[in-house]
Design a protein around this ligand. Structure first.
Ligand code: NAD
Length: 479
């Protein structure tokens, strides 16, 4: 039976069926039906979060720890079921879906611990007899707006710190992946959150999301998604003088030098460019390869690409699932056409594939003879498409890697300590990888980028406190 999932506002499940969630591996499979909230529901959710804030922000640390810990335990216990549902609605493989679910559990576990580790500073004043305390307090009502490509990990890495530090939440997930969002909210609700602390408003970005941006009662917004929407979040947040944090696109370079271990470089490129169907903000979409290894690298990539199994996300043999939906598929195909028009050579893939079920299947594509000036090298495609850009040496590779409006991740494959060290210091990206794919990060360390990729404090790990708390400096004269 097709489930019907409602929104959670002020502790009550509300709403009528509004949108259907379709499996991109099988367009005849309806994952579920979901309430589609309106602007009024968004306002009610914000009012509920505002009313719940004073009590939750002063709640005992053990109460916050217990909810986060319980959520982590339930997600772990149900990882196969939740991971499968994620793969079914988003199209990433079962391994990726379960892996992402485990990651969400780890994030809740980490922030359960952080709730108990809040600390401040006590320092002497420059005035004799006066003491100074520096403490962190919750920010208030936090709006959380998330994209479709990490349906459970991104909500987890925003919701967990927001709750741990005592904030209340209005959460608006992406329209394409409501099941994962609903599941995580249901688990937290049953784990014992007081009413109004966590509100879920599924619905359209232009309606629910916009109502959140327009509200004077949201004290902070954390957003992950496209650059275009991120700019709207920024402009509206400045208007309301609220704190905001943006994680947006990428055009991440993976540099491959002559002295690289070819097998390691190909593994990094295949994983970074094509896993999760290339739909990762950290994907390696520019492969910047020096002359001496270029031809061997391209041949080895074509061999590996030919062996990749593209198919139904729920089939255990599948390595690359379908594209998430029709409009993303059109965008991928449009960019493949643009690359050819620009004069790049489509060395592998790029065509639609038929499988047993109707789905958005695309053969992963590799362009060679691309230049860094081409649109396919400058604009985020967000699909299984990567370009090889040939360069003469390390210096040119670094210059090309940095010549981009984005700055999320970068990578280098080399056996030279000198070049690896120089690259780590001089790459204009927030996260740098040596002999590792540009995608795939740890949950306990900061995540974020530079330039057009990110704005505001880092997410994840202890650095999350920077966004989800505000600093207070208190002076006391005790006589
Ligand atoms: P998107 O910008 O279309 O949507 C993101 C969210 O914003 C959705 O929930 C959407 O409903 C909402 N939204 C849309 N219009 C809105 C409005 N007017 N007001 C408020 N909210 C609105 O992005 P997407 O297509 O869901 O995700 C893909 C993008 O996300 C890619 O660009 C990718 O690089 C980026 N991304 C970045 C990171 C990162 O950490 N840097 C991680 C994952 C994805």
């Amino acid at each position: 039976m097709t489930p019907f999932r409602k929104n959670l506002i002020d502790g009550e499940w509300v709403g009528d069926a509004g949108s259907r969630n379709i499996n991109p591996s099988n367009l005849d499979d309806v994952v579920g039906e979901y309430a589609s909230g309106d602007a009024e529901q968004a306002r009610q959710a914000i009012a509920a979060a505002k009313a719940a804030f004073p009590a939750w922000s002063r709640s005992g640390l053990l109460a916050r720890h217990a909810v986060l810990r319980k959520a982590s335990d339930e997600i772990t216990a149900r990882k196969d079921e939740i991971g499968r549902a994620l793969a079914r609605e988003e199209g990433k493989t079962l391994v990726e879906g379960v892996g992402e679910t485990v990651r969400a559990a780890q994030i809740f576990d980490f922030f359960a611990g952080e709730a108990l580790r809040l600390s401040g500073e006590q320092v002497p004043s420059v005035r004799p007899g006066v003491g100074v305390e520096i403490t962190r307090e919750a920010v208030g009502v936090v709006g959380i707006i998330t994209p479709w490509n990490f349906p459970i990990a991104i909500p987890a890495w925003k919701i967990a710190p927001a709750l741990a530090y005592g904030n209340t939440i209005v959460f608006k997930p992406a329209e394409l992946v409501p099941e994962s969002a609903w599941t995580i909210v249901d688990i937290l609700h049953r784990a014992g959150l007081p009413k109004g602390v966590l509100n879920l408003v599924m619905g359209k970005g232009s309606v629910v999301g916009q109502a959140m941006l327009d509200s004077p009662d949201l004290n902070a917004i954390t957003f992950t998604g496209s650059v275009g929407t991120g700019k709207r979040v920024a402009a509206a947040s400045v208007e309301h003088m609220r704190k905001f944090q943006l994680e947006m696109g990428g055009k991440n370079p993976l540099v491959v030098l002559d002295d690289a271990d070819l097998a390691v470089a190909v593994d990094c490129a295949i994983n970074g460019a094509y896993f999760s169907t290339g739909q990762r903000c950290t994907a390696s979409s520019r492969l910047v390869v020096t002359d001496g290894i270029h031809d061997r690298f391209v041949d080895a990539m074509k061999d590996r690409l030919a062996k990749l199994v593209v198919g139904d996300a729920l089939d255990a043999k599948t390595q690359i699932g379908p594209v998430v939906d029709q409009s993303q598929l059109k965008q991928d195909e449009d960019y493949i056409a643009i690359g050819r028009q620009e004069g790049a050579d489509l060395a592998f893939g790029g065509e639609r594939l038929d499988r047993e079920t109707r789905g958005f299947y695309l053969q992963p594509a590799l362009f060679t003879q691309a230049t860094n000036a081409m649109r396919i090298s400058r604009e985020e495609i967000f699909g299984p498409v990567a370009n090889v850009i040939r360069v003469k040496d390390y210096d040119e590779a670094l210059a090309v890697a940095n010549d981009t409006p984005f700055g999320l991740t970068s990578g280098i494959c080399t056996s030279s300590l000198k070049h690896a060290t120089h690259f780590k210091r001089n790459s204009e990206a927030g996260m740098v990888m040596v002999n590792l794919p540009t995608a795939g990060v740890d949950f306990h360390v900061p995540f974020g980028g530079r330039k057009g990729s990110s704005y505001g404090p880092r997410e994840q790990g202890r650095y999350a406190a920077e966004f989800y708390t505000t600093v207070k400096t208190a002076y006391t004269f005790a006589g």
